[in-house]
Every structure is written in C-alpha cells, then in structure tokens.
Ligand binder design. Structure first.
Ligand code: OFO
Length: 183
C-alpha cells in the first residue's frame, strides 16, 4: 500500500528548498566569518545566530518530507558567494538573498495550490510569515545603514551599529519556535 502523501513534483521542490535553506545557512556563516575578520564582532555574532536559524529551517522541511511519507534527499550544498565588500554590501546581499528565498517559497506554494495539496500549502505558510519577518529585518538594517551614510558610513557609526547588533534580538519571532531538536 502506498502511504506517500507527497507528489513527486512537490517532493523534488521541497528537497530543493531543503538544500536552499542549508545553502542560506552557509551564506550567513561565510558572511559572519567575513564580519569577524573585519573586526565587527557584533555583526558577526548576529550573522552566526542567523546561520543557525537557517539550518533549523532546513530541518523543519526535512522533517515535513519524512512525515508525509516521502523520501528526503540530503545532497551537496553549493558554495557561498564571494565575501561582502563592506557592511552596506553585506546587508544588501543578505536582503537580496532573502528575497530570492521568498520567491522559491512562493513557487512551492503555487505548486501545492495547483495540486490542491493543502497540507503542504498550510505548512509553507509558516515560511511565508518567516520570510516577511526576515525581509523586514534586512530592510530595517539597510535603512539604518543608509541614514548613516551607506557605503560612506564612518567608522564611528559602524562601531555603534556593530555594538547595537550584538544586542539585537535577531531571531524572527517564528524562528524561535523551531530548533534542530524540535523542527
Ligand atoms: Fe531566511 O529564512 Fe529560511 O526560509
């Protein structure tokens, strides 16, 4: 008896998204190490915490695929892009990456809707809300940097931003509900 409740198309799309979340985690990790090597300990810490969040997202999808009786496939993760060239560039890249991820999530929702797989559609709503929070966070940070001069922000301003980010509760509210132990 077949108990798999996910179509092949959605299984493939969810597996690809799982790898995309792992890739996102690698991107944040690489930017975090870049920030640390540039002397921005607060920004680095913020990005390291975010890398852990993205890994939790990967686990959340993996768990869902298994729960629906389908085959999760762990594959290679693409390398992260080149290091940022400045703090402004770092958060621009973060924002672009989050928008790209939102688009990927929308396309899974579209598929789920076409297939009338409302369980998957419902599951993916969590990611829609999460992306909204993460895009907002990135936009707010970019706005702050812009006010401070963007690419021309002074060392003093960057020092203060770095100090603020050390304390910023970066965890989007929903991401706090999800951990590797409790995907
Ligand atoms: Fe950027 O959050 Fe995962 O999905």
């Amino acid at each position: 008896m077949k108990t798999n409740r996910l179509s092949d198309t959605l299984t493939q799309a969810l597996n690809a998204q799982m790898t995309k979340e792992a890739h996102a985690s690698q991107i944040y990790l690489s930017y975090a190490t870049w920030a640390d090597s540039e002397g921005f300990g607060g920004i680095s810490n913020f990005l390291f915490r975010h890398a852990a969040e993205e890994r939790n997202h990967m686990m959340k999808i993996l768990e869902f695929i298994l729960k629906r009786g389908a085959r999760a496939k762990v594959t290679e993760i693409p390398a992260p892009p080149a290091d940022p060239t400045s703090v402004n560039n770092c958060f621009e890249k973060v924002f672009e990456h989050e928008v790209d991820n939102t688009k990927a999530i929308y396309s899974i929702l579209k598929l789920a809707s076409e297939e009338e797989d409302w369980v998957t559609w419902n599951f993916m709503q969590w990611f829609v809300s999460e992306q909204e929070e993460e895009e907002t966070l990135a936009m707010e940070l970019l706005d702050k940097i812009k006010i401070c001069g963007g690419e021309n922000a002074s060392h003093t301003v960057l020092y203060e931003l770095d100090r603020d980010l050390e304390k910023t509760p970066d965890d989007a509210r929903l991401a706090q509900d999800v951990t590797t132990d409790n995907p």
